[in-house]
Design a protein around this ligand. Sequence first.
Ligand SMILES: [Zn+2]
Length: 89
Amino acid sequence: MTPHGCDPPSLSCRDLVDLVTDYLEGAMDPATAASFERHAHDCPPCLEHLEQMKLTVRAAGGVSDEAITPEARSALMERFRDWNAGRGG
Ligand SMILES: [Zn+2]
């Protein structure tokens, strides 16, 4: 339960990586998709990841969890950590 039910949920970078396949499949509800797009717009590493996933999906002809290898995923998380460390603080 949240005190402000009307606030849209905000996504973390990790959420975005987890949800990118749902987003590309159109399996995401519109409110979450809006949060997803807003996050990607404000977060260059996520936007780049989204663009790369679009290309991967187009090349593979479909979306699969296997599109993200564990290696790629951990490399991505390293970049997110650098990005988050570099913005303010
Ligand atoms: Zn992000």
